[in-house]
Design a protein around this ligand. Structure first.
Ligand SMILES: Nc1ncnc2c1ncn2[C@@H]1O[C@H](COP(=O)(O)OP(=O)(O)OP(=O)(O)O)[C@@H](O)[C@H]1O
Length: 280
């Protein structure tokens, strides 16, 4: 179990995240939605400890991760791999090396500096690329790949960390709809097949509805909605995104990328979660 207790982050007078309390079970696929500036990125970055909470605490499997230092902190950052909007690959290095860099926290600094990777690490990296359907790009410089391919390389690199959780900060915000679908399918796949918890910030409501079993809506740093996609009513959407200048609720198509649902028909019609169906 992963839990946030009263987690708050201030930047000067600005309250970016305001007393967020949440519990997330292992293996959930969670989408965080909200307007720009709602506090979504700050929340994810605090989980990974890229940013420190001003107050409150973060817990994983009985350990207070918000208090970790040194090696224990690095181990936690390995356990919750992070994926970013801009991929954060090393463009001039080949794809395989980029993926193997995911092992950095597992090995000595000297070996990492020398970029010496073992045969097992190479096999693991190629297997991760195969999982994501991009093994044919292994020897290309990462910077020559399309955005969708680069994000899949970033996911493969995250898998090299053997994470318990993947945190994705707007992973599809720079991608066209087709590549966005491929990347979201890949995230759902690692969630379903490996039981890795996925927490992803999303700009688009329809993507969260289609891919996530739980949606957390943020506004002004606070959690204003936490439930299943089916519970996300027009009223809840209004609370998350606010109203337009005429006081009308926001039109959902405004937050849409027109990503078609890729749910298998039996899941959509039975109301079964994708994960339940996968175990079916
Ligand atoms: N390093 C920082 N210094 C000062 N203010 C910050 C910093 N990081 C975030 N903020 C502020 O905190 C608030 C929340 O920002 P955050 O980036 O978490 O929102 P977000 O929901 O992820 O938005 P977006 O979708 O635009 O990324 C914003 O008002 C932002 O300006």
């Amino acid at each position: 179990m992963f839990a946030l207790k009263d987690v708050t982050r201030r930047f000067g007078n600005k309250l970016a995240v305001d007393a967020v309390t949440l519990e997330i079970s292992q293996g959930q696929m969670v989408g965080i939605i909200g307007r720009s500036g709602a506090g979504k990125s700050t929340l994810l970055r605090m989980i990974n400890r890229l940013q420190e909470p001003s107050s409150g605490s973060i817990h994983f499997a009985g350990v207070e991760v918000s208090g970790l230092r040194g090696r224990a902190l690095r181990n936690w950052q390995r356990d919750c791999a992070m994926i970013f909007q801009q991929f954060n690959l090393v463009p001039r290095l080949d794809v395989l090396t980029n993926v193997m860099l995911g092992r950095l926290n597992h090995r000595s600094t000297l070996l990492s500096l020398l970029s010496v990777f073992t045969r097992e690490e190479r096999i693991h990296a190629i297997a991760a690329l195969e999982r994501l359907g991009i093994e044919q790009t292994a020897l290309q410089p990462a910077g020559t790949l399309s955005g969708g391919q680069q994000q899949r390389v970033a996911i493969a690199r995250a898998l090299m960390q053997n994470p318990k959780m993947v945190l994705a900060d707007e992973p599809i915000a720079s991608l066209d709809p087709l590549n966005a679908k491929i990347v979201m399918d890949a995230l759902r796949d690692i969630n379903e097949r490996e039981g890795i918890t996925v927490i992803t910030n999303l700009h688009t409501l329809d993507t969260a509805r289609n891919y996530c079993e739980r949606i957390i809506g943020m506004a002004g740093g606070r959690v204003v909605f936490d439930g299943k996609p089916s519970e996300l009513t027009a009223e809840a959407v209004k609370e998350i995104y606010g109203t337009d200048k005429d006081g009308a609720g926001i039109d959902e198509t405004v937050t849409s990328t027109s990503l078609e649902s890729t749910r298998r028909p039996e899941i959509a019609s039975s109301g079964m979660t994708a994960k339940a169906a996968a175990m079916h």
